[in-house]
Ligand binder design. Structure first.
Ligand SMILES: *Cc1c(COP(=O)(O)O)cnc(C)c1O
Length: 367
């Protein structure tokens, strides 16, 4: 297999040959044809999130997903604002770290990584602390693969009149989301997750009336979401600083392929089927999932280390990589786990092949 392998990781993930192919050329940034592509991407992203152009806009931002989160947190919360962070994993905690470093007032409501964010507790806290202006949380916590109750949480947040910020990094494009109907104010995702592009930029679906209030809020020049929006609007698809042209082209191709597949609804079904066969085969091979089935997303699955004698993650990882599969280490401090993604250009036969290799590893070490 050499160095050719399938990424069973939650982004970067396996992309199609046709997405990779459009990057084999140098592309300019300043002319109308490029700006037209950017504008088309912006409008397609709204369409995927079921948000109207009348009330929403989408802003693209250079950098990985975290840059998009940091641009959003750093731009939309005013000096006298207070952010409530709901966290049940490492990405929720990362939002907290951003708020701390930027000097934004915040408080965190934390849950165990094996539990979803509890809507009632959030509701109670919002009642008790009227200083809260914004609430941020992660939709699919990639730390474990747990799926938080997005619609119910946003409903509660909006009932209290707060601004809802959602890190939908690992779910947008793979799980249907109703941004406008549910009232999400800001939704952040990136080029290298369920849209199946390559890494290089993040994007934010924004409630325009809210974003319009955010001039001069930003704590950073390059991560100023408001300013990026203004330039993209006024100059019809221009980014303020050098944009990742190849990545943008690849993303535009990835969007065409998402449409060809049948949109988010169809892609969701493919991911779900991948995930279900994965769990079925892994359980047959003697592995157990970390999460209760009802809390599990179709994006990524966490498995406990098995009690096979001689098992080590490192040896299994290398065994699988030699056979063309790259899986993902765990991210929990107290439990020994590893993770397998079911997103990307990955299909049932890949899951079957992976699990056959895992079974072969288990048999090998048992001998
Ligand atoms: C991937 C991911 C991010 C962003 O991570 P980057 O390494 O900056 O791309 C943020 N939140 C979640 C839930 C993610 O899965």
């Amino acid at each position: 297999m050499g160095d050719h392998y399938l990424l069973l990781t939650p982004g970067p993930l396996s992309t199609t040959p046709s997405v990779k192919a459009v990057m084999l050329k140098d592309w300019c940034t300043w002319d109308d044809s490029y700006k037209h592509i950017v504008q088309l991407i912006r409008s397609k992203l709204l369409h995927i999130g079921r948000a109207s152009e009348a009330r929403y806009t989408s802003v693209l931002m250079q950098g990985s997903g975290t840059f998009g989160i940091e641009a959003t947190i750093g731009t939309v919360i005013p000096q006298d604002g207070k952010l409530l962070i709901l966290a049940n994993g490492a990405y929720g905690k990362r939002i907290e770290q951003i708020a701390r470093i930027l000097g934004i007032g915040y408080r965190t409501l934390e849950f165990a990584p094996s539990q979803i964010i509890d809507v009632e507790q959030v509701d109670t806290l919002m009642k008790q602390d009227p200083a809260i202006t914004h609430v941020a949380f992660v939709h699919c916590e990639t730390t474990t693969g747990i799926l938080n109750p997005l619609e119910q949480l946003v409903q509660a947040i909006k009932r209290h009149g707060k601004i809802a910020i959602v890190d939908a990094m690992s779910s947008f494009g793979g799980i249907p989301v109703e941004v406008e109907k549910w009232g999400i104010d800001y939704l952040v995702s990136s080029s290298n997750k369920c849209i199946q592009g390559v890494p290089g930029f993040s994007f934010v679906l924004c409630n325009k009336d809210e974003l319009a209030k955010c001039k001069h809020n930003a704590r950073s020049l390059s991560l100023d979401l408001y300013d990026q929006w203004q330039v993209m609007e006024q100059e019809e698809g221009k980014w303020r600083f050098t944009s990742p042209t190849h990545v943008v082209r690849a993303f535009s191709q990835a969007l065409l392929e998402l449409e060809a597949e049948g949109g988010v609804e169809r892609r969701y079904v493919r991911y779900l089927e991948n995930q279900q066969i994965l769990v079925h085969l892994m359980e047959s091979a003697g592995f157990k999932t970390y999460l209760h089935e009802a809390l599990q997303s179709p994006i990524i699955t966490t498995f406990r280390y098995p009690d096979f004698e001689h098992f080590s993650f490192e040896s299994m990882y290398l065994f699988l990589k030699e056979r063309g599969y790259v899986i993902y280490p765990g991210k929990l401090s107290d439990v020994q786990v590893f993770r397998i993604g079911s997103i990307g250009d990955v299909h049932l036969e890949d899951m079957v092949g992976l699990c056959a290799a895992i079974l072969s590893y288990a048999t090998n070490i048992g001998e």
